[in-house]
Ligand binder design. Structure first.
Ligand code: DGL
Length: 265
């Protein structure tokens, strides 16, 4: 047993979609979440900047003596995961590999759609991971950069979100996809709108579940599972506005699951 916290980071509030699943599946774990709300979005920035920011997030979590780090951000996972893993004394888990594993191995899919930030889509990380597991998959991907600020703004089923989502998703109209991977942890916040526009018959894949599964595997293998009867969950952000708080409360359906604190990196 190990009651040190699990560290989770993202460029903003998107990683809370992963944190929520981790808290649901591992309710006896202490959690430290770090969202870089002062510098979000990362997905429109270049490799060097994303890597610099990501190293700062991971260093913060390492200094908090976490036992494992979940990079709950596709953009960081796609850009510099191996660099983060090589400098960390504790396991660092990204979201892309576990998500791809879920689609390719468990679901035996044929045609896969992926949406993500520009950095994630341009990196072709999803395609590369898919190819490693199964060469015969057909993949179509589309960057949807404006969905991140809409999610951060809490425009969950706002008419503007519907118009913009429709504009991006029309790319898939003639692609006959079976699955749509939400390759950005902000997008599950807009999941209902995305499902409505892409169509009910297309299965949406949210990285939260497969990433949590991978985390549980790693904690179990390394005998790092915790058993806190009164777990502490601390949520750090580099900027907290009234809007940030409002969006988080809507997302957690009124019950925020821990302390919130503003920090400087
Ligand atoms: N939530 C992040 C992701 O999964 C990044 C959004 C952004 O900062 O652009 O890609």
């Amino acid at each position: 047993m190990n009651n040190q916290p699990i560290g989770i980071c993202d460029s903003g509030i998107g990683g809370l979609t992963v944190a929520k699943e981790i808290i649901n599946k591992l309710p006896q774990e202490n959690i430290i979440y770090l969202g870089d709300t002062a510098r979000v979005p990362y997905g429109v920035r270049d490799r060097e900047t994303i890597t610099k920011f990501a190293k700062e997030l991971v260093n913060f979590l390492i200094n908090k003596k976490v036992k494992a780090i979940v990079v709950a951000c596709n953009t960081i996972s796609a850009t510099c995961l191996p660099e983060l893993q090589s400098r960390s004394p504790v396991p660092v888990i990204g979201v892309i590999k576990p998500t791809v594993f879920e689609v390719v191995d468990n679901l035996k899919s044929k045609i896969i759609g992926i949406i993500g930030t520009r950095a994630t889509i341009n990196s072709k990380s999803y395609e590369e991971e898919i190819k490693k597991l199964n060469n015969s998959e057909i993949v179509f991907s589309q960057a949807c950069p404006l969905l991140v600020p809409l999610a951060e703004e809490g425009f969950i089923s706002h008419p503007a979100t519907k118009i913009i989502t429709k504009e991006y998703l029309q790319y898939f109209n003639d692609k006959k996809i079976d699955f749509l991977i939400l390759g950005c942890t902000h997008y599950p916040i807009l999941r209902n709108t995305i499902q409505e526009i892409i169509g009910k018959s297309i299965k949406i894949i949210d990285p939260a579940k497969p990433t949590t599964k991978e985390l549980i595997n790693i904690l179990t293998t390394n005998k790092l599972l915790g058993n806190n009867l009164q777990p502490i969950r601390h949520f750090y952000f580099t900027d907290i506005t009234h809007q940030t708080e409002k969006t988080i409360h809507i997302f957690f359906e009124g019950k925020f699951l821990g302390e919130m604190e503003k920090i400087n990196l």
